[in-house]
Design a protein around this ligand. Structure first.
Ligand SMILES: CSC[C@H]1O[C@@H](n2cnc3c(O)ncnc32)[C@H](O)[C@@H]1O
Ligand SMILES: [Zn+2]
Length: 447
């Protein structure tokens, strides 16, 4: 029996509710009860009729799901969207993205790029995101101002980077951000060693020691391409995952992004150490990096979350598009139409994402006691008819534009398709100013 206050903050009545746990459950004509940022319960519309509430939201053609979790990206890279396409990873990075970052990335670049990304993510139903980029303290401020949940992985590379002369300075600034964010409900911090090929053993050992001491996650690109693995074997005699094991980095707090190359020994290691995998199918396809064997990982009880990667290699931050790509790719690559079924895919973008980021006690499913991070998708449009199974529509038909309402911790961020953020005025102009500078600089560079 639910014990409720005399009046609650918010009642959301929806045609369908997919709480995600247990997998496969779809509730019809139910109401989510929200009070003081948390979910108190889900009851039938009949039972909710007598409840008192400060606000009621009726969603008669909508499906309500947990907020989506974009488990890997580089938010500020939105300002590089479309700058360099149709390239393989190493040429994309070495010849285009890293020179552009060296030239353009500043605090203002990160502020404007992250605001652009956060607007796109919230509008598309993402309520939590994991970021790895320069000036993470600026991204943290943007996320707080917007009221979106974020894990900021501070970059650690064995080279000078924007905002830090060396890895020691990057780590000390990152740990200051961790201290400053300790009591922040929206912000968490992780170590972000960029990749096995940009961080040496000494720095990785330092990262491991501090991450273990502080029990912080480590977010890292790992086994993104066959070339990465082959080069590592040539240089060290080991696959990168094996090297990370030798350095003590494998653990349930390691968030290994990409993992398109997994042999039997890698699979064993990932399972034994409970490593979190973050799958970024669109970026992997666009850079022709390879395919992460999602269904095989799930069959081995390895947790897999979903991420878009940055908008410079995707080129959008639409988690519905990412979900659809992930499901279709898993089937296409395995030759099994049952691979990554619709409910399992949705779980990957919600509860599995929360587990990967270590926030599953707070979010990732619509369960009593969790924060009210929720998304309503309007299924009334003609191209979405008829609706036999709403989760089928979510996976195989919808995109970000069908999102109607979004709440983070019970605070409304999108209402009837409209972003509810303050200070959006001027964002488009600021983005266009940056784009003009970058384009003019590029033309000067080419001349
Ligand atoms: C250390 S900040 C993040 C760093 O990573 C670069 N980056 C963006 N996408 C990828 C990717 O798919 N693989 C490897 N590195 C990537 C980004 O440009 C920043 O330099
Ligand atoms: Zn990335």
């Amino acid at each position: 029996m639910l014990s409720l206050p005399d009046s609650v903050d918010l009642l959301i009545s929806a045609r369908w509710i997919v709480p995600v746990v247990p997998t496969g459950q779809v509730l019809e004509n139910h109401v989510v009860i929200v009070h003081q940022s948390r979910i108190l319960g889900i009851v039938s519309q009949q039972r909710a009729a007598t409840l008192q509430a400060r606000e009621r939201r009726e969603l008669p053609h909508h499906v309500l799901i947990p907020g989506l979790i974009n488990a890997h990206g580089h938010a500020a890279m939105s300002l590089f969207r479309g700058l360099a396409d149709d390239l393989p990873l190493m040429s994309w990075l070495n010849d285009h993205i890293w020179p552009a970052e060296g030239r353009w990335v500043s605090e203002d670049f990160v502020r404007i790029g992250t605001r652009l990304a956060v607007s796109e993510m919230l509008r598309g139903g993402t309520t939590s995101f994991a970021d790895m980029y320069f000036y993470p303290e600026i991204a943290a401020q943007v996320a707080m101002d917007a009221g979106i949940r974020a894990q900021l992985a501070f970059p650690v590379i064995d080279n000078p980077i924007p905002g830090a002369q060396n890895s020691a300075e990057a780590i000390s600034k990152g740990l200051r951000l961790h201290d400053d964010s300790k009591h922040n409900e929206l912000i968490s911090v992780a170590f972000g060693p960029h990749a096995p090929y940009t961080v040496g053993d000494d720095t990785l050992i330092r990262v491991r020691t501090l991450a273990d001491e502080l029990e912080l996650p480590v977010h890292m690109h790992v086994h993104e391409t066959a070339f990465e693995v082959e080069e590592a074997i040539r240089q060290t005699g080991m696959r990168p995952l094996q090297r990370l094991r030798e350095l003590g980095l494998l653990s349930p707090r390691l968030q290994a992004v990409h993992m398109t190359q997994i042999d039997d020994q890698d699979m064993q290691l990932l399972g034994d150490y409970g490593v979190q995998i973050i799958h970024c199918p669109e970026s992997n396809m666009k850079l022709a990096s390879g395919f992460c064997p999602v269904q095989r990982l799930l069959d081995n009880n390895i947790n897999v979350a979903l991420g878009t990667d940055g908008a410079a290699s995707n080129n959008d931050l639409d988690m519905f598009a990412e979900l659809r790509t992930a499901a279709l790719l898993a089937k296409g690559v395995s030759g099994q139409p049952t691979a990554l079924d619709a409910h399992s895919a949705l779980r990957m973008a919600t509860l599995a994402g929360a587990q990967a980021l270590g926030i599953a006690e707070q979010t990732g499913s619509l369960e009593p006691g969790k924060l009210a991070d929720m998304v309503a998708v309007d299924l009334s449009a003609l191209p979405l008819q008829p609706v036999y199974h709403p989760v089928s529509q979510l996976l195989y038909t919808c995109n970000a534009s069908h999102v109607s309402d979004v709440w983070v911790a019970g605070r409304q961020k999108v209402r009837s398709g409209q972003l509810q953020l303050a200070d959006q005025d001027g964002l488009l102009e600021a983005v266009n100013e940056w784009a003009q500078q970058i384009q003019t600089g590029d033309e000067e560079h080419d001349a």
